[in-house]
Design a protein around this ligand. Structure first.
Ligand code: KG4
Ligand code: ZN
Length: 353
């Protein structure tokens, strides 16, 4: 029988509600971006985000239900992001889900936001387990072996900034605006990727980890070297050089992870890219060269489902519901929550969970 799940996402600066069914239909998918409220500050301000979630979430849920033409009684469960993320926002989404579940006697599914990103390709492309996942977002940069639901092994992670964060910081330095990723991608189209000689942190290392802070510093130095008169062409060249360097690093780290993944799962050659940075076409092209070389299939969900949304949360809820993996009402919101619980933050390295 088809099951229907309401998904709620509020872990960062998108307030979102969606209805998805177990036949992979997205019945509604409403995302309200708070970009304009945060743009003057050049980044997400947690208090502003939390207040905006409170203001809009109830209305967005009502809209999602109306658009999908379902009532609360039609729902089989309510899924909400319970972490990791900005704690105020996560609490608002989770408490709202708990309220609906309590009032309507429905199962609650408290989700890890990273799991929702990780499973999106199963909603959009019906990808079978196992697969290698490159999760590239504003808060995370990880390579994960996804063997099944709740079976995630982290092969590599960032030691400092996430890749989306690096895009955002580079854009901020150049005064391009916020969020920086899409703006860097647009500016880079008219730029020369060979003009600036930027570093490729971690490239060639005998692990699958990432580091972007050195690249960020190199962008700062390159800007300083240009003096006071920085032209649009300078910005375009720097964006192109930066994006190319990021592409190099992601390609190198992914190639290494593919070897580890193949040793675990011989013959299972699938690479899924998820998270906001997966919306970047130039990075996607670089990675398609890697998959063409290695004989992996490349699966990238559509851009609107790569960036934060509630359809991915509802879908992960469907998958959990089908396995009977529902949550206790006592579950708490978590600011930090590694997807691979065995891969605790690497001691003394600063590795992010
Ligand atoms: O997954 P997401 O929507 O939110 C997080 O969970 O972080 O990712 C947002 C991040 C931001 O850092 C944004 O700049 C980056 O993804 N991003 C991009 C692009 N679109 C979004 N980075 C590079 N190129 C893009 N086209
Ligand atoms: Zn995300």
């Amino acid at each position: 029988m088809t099951q229907i799940v309401l998904g709620i996402e509020s872990s960062c600066d998108e307030t979102a509600a969606a209805i998805v069914d177990s036949d992979r239909n997205i019945l509604s998918n409403i995302v309200l971006s708070q970009i304009e409220q945060h743009a003057p500050y050049g980044g997400v301000v947690p208090e502003i985000a939390a207040r905006a979630h409170i203001e809009h979430l109830d209305r967005l849920i009502a809209e999602a239900m109306t658009e999908a033409d379902v009532g609360f009684d039609d729902l089989d469960a309510v899924a909400a992001t319970a972490g990791p993320g900005l704690i105020g926002g996560v609490m608002i989404g989770l408490v709202t889900a708990k309220a609906i579940c309590t009032a309507r006697n429905k199962p609650l599914i408290a989700l890890n936001h990273l799991e929702a990103h990780a499973l999106t390709a199963r909603l959009t492309n019906d990808v079978p387990f196992p697969y290698l996942l490159l999760l590239v977002s504003g808060g995370h940069c990880q390579l994960i072996s996804v063997s099944g639901l709740d079976q995630y092994t982290r092969l590599g992670t960032t030691l400092d900034d996430a890749v989306g964060e690096a895009f955002d910081k580079a854009a901020k330095m150049m005064g391009l605006g916020y969020p920086g990723g899409p703006l860097v991608e647009i500016a880079a189209r008219d730029g020369d990727p060979a003009r600036f000689d930027l570093p490729r942190p971690m490239k060639g290392r005998d692990n699958c980890d990432f580091s972007f802070s050195g690249l960020k510093t190199a962008v700062r130095r390159a800007l300083d070297s240009l003096g006071d008169k920085v032209t649009d062409q300078d910005h375009a060249d720097l964006c192109a050089s930066f994006q190319y360097a990021v592409g190099d690093v992601l390609s190198d780290r992914t190639r290494r992870a593919m070897k580890l993944f193949e040793a675990r799962h011989p013959g299972a050659r699938r690479l899924v890219i998820a998270g906001g940075v997966a919306a970047n076409k130039a990075i996607g092209e670089r990675l398609s060269t890697v998959t063409a070389d290695t004989g992996f299939d490349l699966i990238v969900p559509p851009p609107g489902l790569c960036t934060d949304n509630a359809a991915m949360v509802a879908w992960a809820g469907v998958e959990r519901l089908q396995q009977g993996l529902t949550s206790e009402m006592s579950i708490s919101a978590r600011a930090r929550w590694p997807l691979d619980s065995l891969a605790a933050a690497k001691p003394f390295t600063g590795a992010k969970a």
